[in-house]
Design a protein around this ligand. Structure first.
Ligand code: GTP
Ligand code: MG
Length: 442
């Protein structure tokens, strides 16, 4: 065996010397790489292929979570289709999000997925690795990471003008506009790359793209590229929104177990809510979870009361605080509930105002300790709010908020009746938006 290895290495060294240029070693023969005849020798050493991605900077935490599902389903199918390579999704670190504005938490950048999600659960759906792991596996001795290809996805403006949408995947010239976030020096591109200075590429391609995530299959070219990054991944659509596969990927997104425990303690201490009493006991392993509709939930009504930019951006559906209180009062009385849990991004005075209109009820919100704030930051506190809402007997969300959508999905997974979940506040008691119900498929 040892002898065989030594001979193998000698042959490889010989090949390198003879060719002089390592890029000329292997001939390409097949389907993926239409216009490439050569590939790098290092690609022969390992079958590992890395897919990386990033999202338009202004997008929020909860849309980003949805984009993960699009990729996860794509990669799941890719693995089934192409067993030749070991596909890995590199999880893009979190940071610098518009809504993460607390300054008392330390730096809110370079946050790994393990802060928020349970990596083992994610890995039960597709092979994912954290960025630091990718760096360990991929970097050269100088700690430099050179990505083999970066595609910047762009909408086709024409399609949006004409309203005629058809699949498109077309490499085009990059405009300054599309490269605005990249810095280029002698054809080497650096930044943004999640803020890491040691990540670069010399190969940036702009892609006029319209279609679902799996339509990016043709861009992977695994014979040429060991690592491919897709920027503006939010442009790629779901392959199967709302399907069984979609829900599987979504179910694999269990949170960091400490976040569940914090929420559990809070429910027990302040909301008289335990899984046993509420019929919300769940298997630790999401793959063992089954279809059911008999979750009862804790004896409280939970509301996601989205404020800030929504007050202006969604004027037509966001009620005044007084009107929201009146809608809540009506519902609580109907349900015979006296405890209200409020998840909100609003100011303290807005919460106080809401409370002042509901003196006959116990009105609570989650206040993180310094430890929780420092360790889990705004993103983790938001998840704790979401978990508490997802275990309530009745939930009312904010119309068209992705934060609300994620709570609704969690409630579908836990097994509540849809009528306790798909409710949103109305502009007034009389003017109410209709909301879709994306129910779980098992
Ligand atoms: N802790 C906490 N944070 C919230 C709450 N509502 C909103 N936020 C914060 O504001 C962000 C909401 O932004 P998004 O994740 O973009 O969701 P959205 O703005 O409701 O929905 P979009 O229409 O997609 O923008 C969250 O990520 C949180 O940081 C809440 O109830 N509790
Ligand atoms: Mg948002």
């Amino acid at each position: 065996m040892l002898m065989f290895k030594v001979v193998h290495i000698i042959i490889l060294i010989f090949v390198c010397i003879v060719n002089g240029n390592e890029l000329e070693v292997c001939e390409v023969f097949d389907k993926y790489a239409e216009n490439s005849k050569k590939c790098s020798i290092r690609n022969n050493f390992t079958q590992k292929r890395y897919i990386l991605y990033d999202i338009n900077p202004p997008e929020g935490f909860n849309l980003r979570r949805d984009v993960y599902v699009r990729l996860a389903v794509f990669i799941k199918k890719l693995i089934e289709r192409d067993k030749e390579y070991e596909w890995q999704l590199v999880l893009p670190p979190w940071g610098n999000l518009y809504h993460w504005r607390h300054h008392n938490t330390g730096l809110q950048e370079y946050l790994f997925w393990g802060n928020f999600f349970d990596i083992t659960s994610l890995q039960k759906y597709i092979p994912v690795i954290e960025m630091y792991k990718f760096m360990e596996e991929y970097s050269s001795e100088t700690k430099e990471i050179q990505l083999d290809c970066v595609y910047i996805l762009q909408n086709d403006k024409e399609m949006f003008k004409t309203g005629k949408f058809e699949d498109k995947n077309e490499v085009m010239n990059c405009t300054n506009d599309s490269l605005q976030f990249f810095k280029s020096k002698q054809h080497i591109y650096t930044s943004p790359f999640w803020g890491y200075r040691n990540i670069t590429t010399w190969n940036v391609k702009c892609l006029k793209f319209h279609g679902t995530a799996s339509y990016l299959y043709q861009n992977l070219k695994p014979i040429q590229y060991r690592s491919v990054m897709f920027d503006h991944m939010e442009i790629a659509l779901h392959d199967e929104y709302g399907s069984k596969e979609y829900w599987k990927a979504r179910r694999s997104m269990r949170y960091n177990s400490e976040l569940y425990n914090i929420a559990k303690n809070y429910r027990k201490t302040f909301l008289n809510s335990t899984d046993k009493n509420d019929n919300t006991v769940r298997p630790l392993d999401w793959t063992k979870e089954e279809n059911r509709r008999n979750a009862r939930g804790g004896p409280y009504l939970a509301i996601h009361f989205r404020r800030r930019d929504f007050i202006i951006g969604h004027k037509e559906s966001i009620p005044t605080i007084k009107n929201a209180a009146s809608q809540l009062r009506e519902k609580m009385d109907k349900l015979g509930l006296t405890v209200l849990f409020v998840a909100t991004d609003g100011e303290q005075h807005e919460f106080e105002e809401l409370k002042s209109y509901l003196p006959q009820y116990k009105v609570l919100k989650f206040i993180p300790s310094d430890y929780v704030m420092n360790k889990f930051k705004d993103g983790g506190v938001a998840i704790i709010d979401q978990i508490i809402c997802s275990y309530a007997r009745y939930f009312i969300g904010t119309h068209e908020s992705t934060f609300t959508y994620r709570i609704q999905e969690d409630r579908e997974i836990i097994g509540f009746l849809p009528e306790t979940t798909f409710n949103t506040l109305c502009k007034t008691n009389k003017k109410c938006p209709t909301t879709g119900q994306w129910q779980i498929v098992w």
